[in-house]
Design a protein around this ligand. Structure first.
Ligand code: APR
Length: 259
């Protein structure tokens, strides 16, 4: 795929350079070139699997083994992937200037890994780590008490008894991701929308913009007067409100745009 016209890249760069505060909003497309399947595109997860069977609290109640098996497979898939040029260009850019908030719908840890690679220490890496609106594939939380922890080792899904259980109260653990029909983590929503309401530019990368309330981030930015730059090889729900649309792959365009 040939990249976007130079004039469009220049217009996008100007919008980002002129902005004191920027929100970057990412979706599954930013991880596509790392080998992580998207949801709705070609080869997307929801083309093969039914979200109602795997990504709802009802599905988990009905068959926690099936749901855990699927998340274990997704963890193994992402663990074999590396951050790509898009994650890396973003991490370097965010660490190299002030005023950027990264908000992501992705539950993979590729933004975080790119941030840790680019930063001299964990403290500074945090500036380039995302506000994760849909949770994390690599954390679990208890279905009964507030216990939450990083995922530990392989999941044995042979029976409900062998699934991960809470060391505090013995309750069944579940992946720390937001399922359809569930509320987003309140503090993260506040952080994302507070940054968005003040942004002078919003860079949208690799999302169809189909899933609310997360998708509202870009509309909030536009309503607050931000210049909206959309980077995607295909059509998105945001194309109509984009000031600049960059048609291309994130891993090819971002290194140019953020150099
Ligand atoms: N670079 C940039 N964008 C890409 C690339 C790429 N290399 N490859 C694909 N895309 C784009 C697709 O064109 C599409 O617009 O990424 C987008 C992926 O869209 P979805 O699959 O709908 O994923 P996303 O928007 O992140 O989904 C939102 O839905 O299923 C839920 O919770 C899940 O967070 C997810 C939410």
């Amino acid at each position: 795929m040939s990249g976007p016209p130079a004039a469009a890249v220049a217009a996008a760069r100007t919008a980002l350079e002129r902005a004191v505060r920027v929100v970057v909003f990412t979706g599954a497309g930013v991880s596509a070139e790392s080998g992580v399947p998207t949801f709705r595109g070609a080869g997307g997860l929801w083309r093969t699997f039914k979200p109602e069977d795997l990504a709802t609290p009802v599905a988990f109640g009905r068959d926690p083994r099936l749901v855990w098996e699927w998340y274990a497979w997704r963890r193994e898939t992402v663990a074999r992937c590396e951050p790509n040029a898009a994650h890396r260009a973003l991490a370097r850019w965010i660490l190299g200037r002030a005023g950027v908030t990264l908000v992501s719908q992705n539950v993979d840890d590729l933004h975080e890994r790119a941030a840790r690679e680019a930063a001299p220490d964990a403290e500074r890496a945090r500036r380039a780590e995302p506000v994760k609106l849909h949770g994390s594939l690599f954390h679990d939380h208890c279905t009964r008490c507030p216990y939450r922890a990083g995922a530990r080792g392989a999941v044995d899904a042979t029976s409900v008894a062998t699934l991960p259980h809470c060391p505090e109260c013995g309750g069944l653990m579940r992946p720390d991701v937001v399922w359809f029909g569930e509320m987003l983590p309140a503090r993260r929503v506040e952080a994302a929308f507070a940054a968005t309401a003040e942004a002078e530019a919003c860079l949208v990368i690799g999302t169809t913009g189909a899933v609310y309330p997360a998708a509202g981030v870009v509309h909030t930015a536009k309503a607050a007067g931000a210049r909206v730059v959309v980077l995607d090889p295909g059509a998105t729900e945001y194309d109509g409100l984009a000031d600049v649309k960059l048609v291309g792959q994130a891993g090819e365009v971002l290194p140019q745009l953020l150099a």
